[in-house]
Design a protein around this ligand. Structure first.
Ligand code: ADP
Ligand code: MG
Length: 606
């Protein structure tokens, strides 16, 4: 007896759903794509319980006649593709004819649709893939689809869903991604009857980007961003590029804020990300990524969008040409902004020495507090620890001369180990003599580890000294990030970072852990959100550690930062006084040692 049989259609749909419907946001994506393809100028999305209980998408598009309404839920039923030739040049968002049957296989679906011109509408209900009797219904032109109890019949899938906040953030992100390249469509998202996003029709993607990011950045009002437009030369062989991307001051810790759109479809493509990195070149520090919103338009025949079931990935016919085009367009704009990818490195230290290796005679044990001048740290009301953190490694603005420092230096400090910083290499690695060994120390990794350890012991002892911000800083975030931030607020509070809600998407930073020193509130919070990631559980120990590591990283002295001799001394003293793990919290080594024996071996004396 033959053992192979054809799977029933219902089962096929469930299997396809596994690839297409990963989470509530995938349903939103597919339904919104259909509405876009139907020529809608208004797409309203409602969700309840982060889309688990209900997702409702209504549009004012062309609607369907009764016969089509029924067919739409059949497998491989599509109006967007007729011949094989069509597949080679897709101009619509959808084309696979799989979304509706897949969704209907794993949820309870109701659709009401009517065509323009007053035709009577059709209502269809499908429960777990079974079509219930079709009815006529009075309805406005357009289509409304309700998806209830997603994954009610696939419990395994349901278990994979993340926290409510995370699923909602995915929905928000999905709607933003659809809204960005379609400025002529009015998008609105409500959640549990609460308005989250509202993007009325605007003239172009630049204005839409402003709506989505909640700032004037894209409109050219903010100098943190560079815009690129096809009329400014970003055009080649029928490919046009529009959009904007951030200058080094607005880099982020993840690539999450890099959006690419190809013919109005949000895509991921490693070659494009790579091209962006190359364009920035040495402007990029390790682990920092520019924010990019890039809209590419090209002949659909030159790209294959049928690579991924959810159509998130594409394959270019000429990947290299695309790579070159993006890289050069961005690089050219950066150059015009006076940001060449290979900046001239200044080897002049702030003490005025012409060499990047600063020679210091003896180790100097200066009282760095006296160098801190008029910084808030000298205010006696500030908690202990503040002073320490703020005075030590940040080069003070009102620079005191080293002779002032010498005058204020305490007479003697007993120090068991001889440490002599010799200078910096590339303003990143401290070269030091430690007893009779030569040490190279990664200044950022070392400081990061010290801050992290200090922070952790304070947290363990539940005694985190905080430092109120003189002027509480108000920062605004895009909706998805605001949601995530709101979730971790209590956790941050427990760590001494006091942030309060201040309107829908605004937050006020009132105080920060003293150990961090002077902080830039916006960048600190952005880094935190990036590092903590979307799937984090606020209560988890891991999240706590991540937050502390992120704050330490944020506050630590950076690579390519010039340090004065006494700053190096102080950092090294702290480092060698404590038994700290040999790596930074991210696992990179802090130092490399060469003993006398190592040197002898290197120079073949032995
Ligand atoms: P695809 O989008 O790949 O064609 P779908 O399963 O998403 O497949 O949709 C099947 C068909 O149903 C579409 O080709 C379209 O003709 C019709 N359809 C779906 N949603 C809508 C809508 N909102 N308005 C009008 N027609 C729609
Ligand atoms: Mg579709």
């Amino acid at each position: 007896m033959s053992k192979i049989h054809i799977l029933p259609e219902n089962l096929c749909n469930k299997i396809a759903a596994g690839e297409i419907v990963e989470r509530p946001a995938s349903v939103v994506k597919e339904l919104v794509e259909n509405a876009i393809d139907a020529g809608a100028t208004r797409i309203f999305i409602e969700a309840a319980d982060s889309g688990r209980r209900l997702i409702r998408v209504s549009d004012n598009g062309e609607g369907m006649e009764p016969e089509d309404a029924r067919k739409a839920f059949e497998r491989h039923a599509t109006s967007k593709l007729a011949t094989e030739a069509d597949l080679a040049a897709i101009r619509t968002m959808g084309f696979r004819g799989e979304a509706l049957p897949s969704i209907a296989a794993v949820a309870r679906v109701r659709m009401v649709t009517a065509q323009k011109g007053g035709a009577i509408g059709t209502e269809i209900r499908i429960h777990g893939g079974t079509v219930l009797p079709i009815k006529e219904a009075a309805a406005p032109a357009g289509t409304l689809i309700e998806v209830e109890d997603l994954f009610y019949n696939t419990p395994a899938r349901k278990k994979f869903l993340k926290s409510n906040a995370t699923e909602l953030a995915h929905i928000v992100h999905t709607v933003q991604q659809q809204a960005l390249p379609h400025p002529w469509i009015h998008f609105r998202l409500t959640h549990n009857d609460h308005l989250l996003l509202d993007f009325p029709i605007v003239r172009n993607v630049m204005e839409r980007t402003s709506q989505v990011t909640g700032s004037d950045d894209a409109a050219g009002g903010d100098s943190d961003f560079v815009s690129v437009a096809s009329d400014s030369g970003a055009e080649s062989n029928g490919i046009t590029l529009t959009g904007w991307f951030s200058k080094p001051g607005r880099f982020r810790a993840t690539r999450e804020h890099q959006e690419f759109f190809l013919n109005r479809r949000a895509i991921r493509n490693t070659s494009l990300s790579h091209a962006v990195n190359e364009a920035y070149g040495t402007l990029l520090a390790k682990g920092r990524h520019p924010m990019t919103y890039l809209f590419i338009e090209m002949d659909p025949a030159s790209v294959d969008v049928n690579v991924h079931p959810a159509k998130r990935e594409v394959r270019f016919r000429d990947t290299q040409a695309m790579h070159r085009f993006i890289k050069e367009a961005l690089r050219e704009r950066l150059r015009r902004e006076g940001l060449p990818a290979v900046p001239a490195v200044s080897y002049v230290s702030d003490s005025g020495a012409a060499s990047h290796v600063i020679k210091t005679g003896r180790p100097t044990f200066s009282d760095v507090k006296s160098l801190s001048g008029a910084r808030p740290s000298s205010d006696p009301r500030w908690p202990e620890g503040t002073r320490e953190a703020m005075a030590v490694y940040h080069p003070p603005e009102g620079e005191a001369t080293s002779s002032d420092a010498a005058a204020a230096r305490p007479a003697t400090i007993l120090w068991p180990i001889r440490i002599e910083p010799l200078g910096q290499v590339d303003q990143t690695y401290i070269v030091a003599l430690v007893e009779s060994e030569l040490h190279l120390i990664d200044q950022h990794a070392a400081h990061e580890r010290l801050l992290y350890e200090r922070f952790r012991s304070q947290q363990k002892a539940s005694e985190i000294p905080i430092q109120p911000l003189l002027i509480p800083e108000v920062v605004e975030f895009p909706t998805a990030e605001a949601l995530r931030l709101r979730e971790v607020l209590p956790l941050l509070g427990g760590l001494g970072l006091s942030v309060e809600e201040f309107g829908e998407r605004s937050f006020r930073i009132r105080a920060a852990p003293a150990v961090l020193g002077v902080v830039d509130g916006r960048i600190l919070l952005e880094d935190l959100l990036d590092d903590v990631g979307a799937g984090a559980t606020p209560a988890a120990e891991e999240t706590l550690q991540n937050v502390m590591a992120s704050m330490a990283c944020h506050a630590a002295i950076k690579a390519h930062q010039s340090l004065r001799p006494e700053q190096m001394t102080r950092l090294l003293e702290d480092l060698y006084r404590q038994e700290v793990p040999p790596t930074c919290p991210h696992g990179r080594p802090i130092r490399v040692r060469f003993s006398r024996a190592d040197l002898e071996k290197l120079f073949q004396r032995r």
